[in-house]
Design a protein around this ligand. Structure first.
Ligand code: KG4
Ligand code: ZN
Length: 336
């Protein structure tokens, strides 16, 4: 059978990304142009700047994806693009470009939900995942636990009631003056401190469900920081370590509880926060004690990339689930 080559385009936040993937799992190129150093000076992503930078970069990034793969435009079979959720101006840049590209080449357009892409990043690298499984989705804007019957069939069993895990990392890091993006900054600071020296709550751990809440933890960390004034230099590392521990413990315990209740022997992790070393280690350690396997994408595929978009879109291409050229972008999540 002929190989199917899909071009993926991702511009939902502050990464302009393009990738070509063969048959849903062979990554031929994966180009990511990050705007982090631009947004860093503002302490977070500035949506208007993100859109403008996507406009400046998109053509070059797509071109580089073809060069890296050693392919010409005509070689691809379909054009996949993230159309939800994300920053609306940023999404529209990728979507408009993808529509023009698909139309000019007379190839089908494929619409991808960004979070489905994050989950699929696991499949790109691990063909040995056995389903059913539980999947922990932890990104900058979302935190959910899913019961997955198969790659494309899942139910949400728990969600955050307020802040997403990544959002909590970003806000606390900003408050502590650790910089942006907050997750890697807190991870780095935490490595120099010790969890337990100061005490933060493990929110909802006592509740017998799969719901999360990180807003209270965030506020508790900020209040503790205000009280520590005068002794900041040493204390910031211990506070970062305790914050990371408190957040990660809840994610791990709830994922394990879900795996046991739903009687699955695989846990998948997806989204930017799944890049957290402490989360990866603790999840593997605790799951290992219960003979549960843990799968997570390699670090470059945890955070935003277009390989996950091109990968999942292969399955839409095969079933001819094409998107119309008047496809819209949606900032919020229509459904997971
Ligand atoms: O999936 P992602 O790249 O973008 C969204 O879809 O939101 O996730 C970004 C989030 C940010 O909140 C960032 O701070 C967090 O992932 N993140 C991390 C780490 N690397 C990125 N959080 C904790 N530890 C990390 N190493
Ligand atoms: Zn993402």
């Amino acid at each position: 059978m002929k190989d199917i080559l899909i071009l993926g385009i991702e511009t939902s936040c502050d990464e302009t990304a393009a990738s070509i993937v063969k048959n849903g799992c062979g990554i031929l190129s994966n180009v990511i142009n990050s705007q982090i150093n631009i947004h860093q000076q503002f302490g977070g992503v500035v949506p208007e700047i993100a859109s403008r930078k996507h406009i400046e970069n998109i053509a070059m990034v797509v071109d580089n994806a073809f060069k890296e793969a050693g392919l010409s435009y005509q070689d691809i079979d379909g054009v996949a693009v993230t159309n939800q959720p994300g920053l609306i101006g940023a999404l529209l840049v990728g979507l408009s470009f993808a529509k023009g590209f698909a139309w000019a080449l007379d190839r089908p357009l494929l619409a991808v939900n960004h979070l489905h892409g994050h989950i699929y990043a696991n499949i790109l690298e691990h063909q040995d995942i056995s389903f059913p499984a539980v999947c922990l989705v932890v990104s900058g804007g979302h935190t959910s636990l899913l019961h997955m019957k198969d790659i494309d069939s899942y139910a949400v069993i728990g969600e955050t009631r307020d802040d997403a895990a990544g959002e909590a990392f970003d806000k606390v890091a900003r408050f502590l003056g650790l910089g942006y993006p907050g997750g890697p900054a807190i991870q780095k600071a935490a490595a120099l401190g010790k969890a337990g020296k100061v005490k933060l709550p493990r929110v909802y751990l006592d509740k017998n469900d799969f719901e999360f809440s990180f807003s209270g933890l965030k506020t508790a960390a900020m209040n503790l920081w205000k009280k520590m004034k005068g002794n900041e230099e040493l204390a910031v590392f211990d506070l970062a370590a305790e914050f990371q521990q408190a957040l990660v413990e809840v994610l791990v315990e709830k994922s394990l509880k879900a795996a046991k209740i739903y009687q699955v022997d695989s846990i998948l992790m997806a989204g930017g926060v799944a890049a957290n070393q402490h989360l990866r280690l603790l999840m593997k350690e605790k799951a290992g004690q219960e003979n549960i396997k843990v799968f997570c994408p390699s670090l470059p595929l945890c955070t935003d990339n277009a390989a996950m978009i091109a990968g999942i879109a292969y399955h839409q291409y095969i079933t001819k689930s094409y998107a119309p050229l008047d496809l819209n972008a949606y900032p919020g999540l229509l459904s997971l």
